[in-house]
Design a protein around this ligand. Structure first.
Ligand code: P1T
Length: 380
């Protein structure tokens, strides 16, 4: 079956007892056992819950994996992956990534003796150069947050596997509709399901999708042991969002390309970051590994922080907020929002400048969106 069909049906068969077409919200913490250890596959909802199972199976299918694991947040899923390692182990990560992932590596795992080196995401060979004898994981996001850089997944996978290193890809920005890293050589896919998967800015959630049984067994054990699982209500909302992922992603991408083109011609815009512009430095790789360019873009405003404030203050449709991937358009200021945990020097070095604005393009009418931006530019 094709993606659109699987998003609606996989893992989501009609309820065998009642015929309910939609998987119920199994709002229960525990399950009756007929005798000690004799149960129907569920004992306790931290370990497993049927609504969560449906979400895990649907995600595994859409990412072309064999196994899915749902978590209470994207960060909880990321934390589970990093927890595979121990003191003395080393991680190589791309140098453009969600600030919260950077914070987890630098403020939590570092003090436990798991160190990280950052590779230049624009230069494949820098991943190879960053590898040490004790490197166990390469971690990348693509497209990256917030600069929308594209990393060649197949290229990094070749480097990782030559050195017996696990490759994990955070696929949050692309969603499985536009990119399936497991088919490109990744061992682990991570999502913040808070974003495009759930799609309506109403839950916090995360997921890991895998193709190999060994990693699945380890991470499933960790999921139950550490316990950062989503409740059935949030699992159900993520599943409900998932059903329309394909139609939403097409609309997000169409609107984002339209706005990226508009912004690149605007005299108050210094530069635009959107992988779908054929002028983008990473367009060729993006075209090779993605079937569309998703709904995220960033741009540098000509001017200083005050100009940014004036621009943001006059927007009516775009809401100033963290997060992304919902049907409504959001706008954010990475320097003091998503990447506030990164020291300024480090942030500037990575290109997250004081005039950078990030846009999560929603699925409203694209002319309305453009007009809202056009009006605000008048005040810059
Ligand atoms: O917020 P949470 O569900 O825990 O997901 C963390 C996360 C993981 N990976 C990527 C690529 C992300 O962008 C995020 C969260 N990002 C935001 C909240 C944001 O506004 O960028």
């Amino acid at each position: 079956m094709k993606f659109e069909t699987r998003a609606i049906h996989d893992g989501q068969m009609a309820d065998s007892k009642t015929g309910a077409v939609i998987i119920p919200i199994y709002q229960t913490s525990t399950y009756r056992q007929e005798a000690i250890g004799k149960h129907r596959g569920y004992e306790y909802s931290r370990t497993g819950n049927p609504t969560r199972t449906a979400l895990e199976e649907a995600l595994a299918s859409l990412e072309e994996g064999k196994y899915g694991l749902a978590f209470a947040s994207g960060v909880a899923a990321t934390n589970a992956v990093f927890s595979l390692f121990e003191t003395g182990d080393h991680i190589v990560a791309g140098d453009d990534m969600y600030g919260g992932t950077y914070r987890l590596l630098e403020r939590v795992f570092k003090k436990w003796g798991v160190s990280t080196s950052y590779a230049d995401v624009d230069d494949l060979s820098s991943f190879k150069k960053a590898i040490r004898k004790n490197t166990k994981l390469i971690w990348i996001e693509t497209p990256t947050n917030p600069l929308l850089k594209i990393i060649d997944i197949e290229g990094v996978s070749e480097i990782a596997h030559k050195h017996d290193i696990i490759l994990a890809v955070d696929n949050t920005f692309a969603s499985p509709y536009f990119q399936r890293p497991l088919l490109l050589g990744a061992d682990i896919v991570v999502h913040s399901t808070t974003k495009y998967i759930a799609g309506h800015s109403d839950i916090i959630g995360g997921a890991i999708i895998l193709k190999g049984e060994k990693l699945y067994t380890e991470l499933k054990y960790y999921q139950n042991t550490a316990g950062a699982v989503p409740g059935p209500w949030d699992s159900w909302l993520a599943l409900r969002g998932l059903k329309t992922l394909a139609v939403r992603m097409k609309a997000h991408a169409e609107n984002a390309l339209y706005l990226a083109k508009y912004l690149s011609k605007h005299n108050k815009v210094e530069n635009v970051y959107y992988p779908g512009l054929d002028s983008a430095s990473n367009y060729i790789v993006a075209k090779k590994q993605m079937s569309g360019f998703s709904g995220m873009l960033s741009f540098g405003l000509k001017g200083d922080r005050l100009a940014v404030d004036r621009f943001l203050a006059h927007l009516k449709l775009f809401t100033l907020a963290e997060s992304l991937g919902g049907v409504e358009s959001l706008i954010s200021y990475p320097a003091l929002m998503t990447h506030a945990s990164m020291p300024r020097k480090e942030r500037i070095k990575r290109g997250i400048t004081d005039n950078l604005i990030r846009v999560s393009v929603g699925i409203e009418n694209k002319s309305d969106l453009k007009n809202d931006l056009a009006n605000s530019f008048k005040y810059v």
